[in-house]
Structures are given as structure tokens and as C-alpha cells.
Write a protein that binds this ligand. Structure first.
Ligand code: 5GP
Length: 189
């Protein structure tokens, strides 16, 4: 086994947070619990995790290491034409999956669901490719804005209607490296 990393100082941009909503330890415990649950549910099956770049990277990296059954991973990348409310969630795939998913058990992993429009569009796209099963795992669930019902098999935390950064989530591509989920100070938006 590799040696554990020496303790690293916290990123300097932690000082831009007004509040921490979910701490590093809380994230670690919840992601471990999700990994255990997923490992039990998919035991004996050919499990493929599909993540959406780039916000999901930290979550999916930790989730993968919490899964104890054989698993593979693939990614898509999307670009929105604008806020999902205006586009109806229609997004353009800027990077497609590397492998076909027909006949495979796909677990779609997302960092955050808000209106649900983006996720439901992506799920429709994947379902059309004939996976054996297609379920969703979302780290942060913001229910207040939900416009479309999406069945979420696994979810990490419920959040109120606040724009959050950290643990992979960005604001103008920054703050993804923060080890917590939090809200920025108003002057940082
Ligand atoms: P939806 O289509 O569910 O309204 O929007 C989902 C997308 O909006 C997410 O994939 C994410 O890119 C973005 N998003 C929604 N809420 C947040 C948030 O609190 N922080 C960040 N960084 N992105 C968010």
C-alpha cells in the first residue's frame, strides 16, 4: 500500500468562503457509505460509472475508491447554450463516451442537480443507447428549483437554494480544489 500523503495546508482560496456547508470529513463519510451501498447493489454485475466533466471529477474519484466490486469509468463533457432554465436543459456533448454502453449496467454520476433539466436530457440521451440498466447518483440535491422529476437512486446531501463551490464545483473554473462544499463571499462572485 502507498504511504498516506503528508498533511497538506488548506488551499488559500478557502478564505473566499463565507460559509462551509459540508465539511471534508462529512463528505468522506457520506461518499464511503454510497460506495458501500453501490458495491452491494451491483455485486456480480458489470458496473460502469459515467461522469459529466468537469464538476464531478473529485466526487467520482472518491466514489470509485469507495467501491469494492469490479468497476469501470467513462466520461462525457457538455457545454450548455445558457442557463438550463432558458435552454430547457438542451446541451451539446463536447466529449462523448469512449465505449458503447449497450447491455451494460450504467450508473450516471453527477455533482449537483438543480432544476433537473440537464440531468434528464443526459439520461434520455444515454437511455437511447440501450444500457441494461441506468440509474443516477448525485452528490448534491437542490430540490427547491426542481422543474422535472428525476429518479435519483443514490444521493449524498440535500441542499437549499444556494450556489455552492468546492469539492469539484467551480465558479468561473476556480474553487474546484477546495476540500469542502461552501458558499462564496458576495464579493467573490
Ligand atoms: P440543472 O439542469 O439541474 O438546473 O443544472 C445542473 C447544472 O447546473 C449542474 O450540472 C451544474 O453545472 C450547475 N449548477 C447547479 N447548481 C450549482 C451550484 O450550486 N454550484 C455550481 N458550481 N454549479 C451548479
Amino acid at each position: 500500500m502507498p504511504e498516506p500523503c503528508p498533511a497538506t495546508p488548506w488551499p488559500v482560496e478557502m478564505q473566499d468562503l463565507a460559509r462551509v456547508l459540508i465539511g471534508a470529513e462529512e463528505l468522506r463519510e457520506r461518499v464511503c457509505a454510497l460506495g458501500t451501498q453501490i458495491s452491494g447493489d451491483y455485486a456480480g454485475q458489470d458496473l460502469l460509472l459515467v461522469g459529466v466533466l468537469r464538476g464531478v471529477t473529485i466526487f467520482i474519484a472518491d466514489l470509485l475508491r469507495a467501491i469494492t466490486i469490479p468497476v469501470t469509468v467513462d466520461f462525457i463533457a457538455i457545454s450548455s447554450y445558457g442557463p438550463s432554465l432558458q435552454t430547457g436543459g438542451v446541451v451539446r456533448l463536447t466529449k462523448d463516451l469512449e465505449e458503447p454502453i449497450e447491455g451494460r449496467h450504467v450508473l450516471f454520476v453527477e455533482d449537483v442537480i438543480d432544476t433537473g433539466l440537464t440531468l434528464s436530457y443526459l439520461l434520455r440521451t444515454l437511455r437511447a443507447r440501450g444500457p441494461a440498466s441506468l440509474r443516477t447518483c448525485v452528490l448534491l440535491d437542490k430540490r427547491a428549483h426542481r422543474l422535472i422529476d428525476v429518479d435519483i437512486a443514490y444521493h449524498g446531501f440535500a441542499l437549499h437554494d444556494e450556489y455552492v463551490v468546492g469539492y469539484g464545483l467551480d465558479h468561473r473554473q476556480r474553487y474546484r480544489n477546495l476540500p469542502v462544499v461552501g458558499v462564496l463571499k458576495p464579493e467573490c462572485y
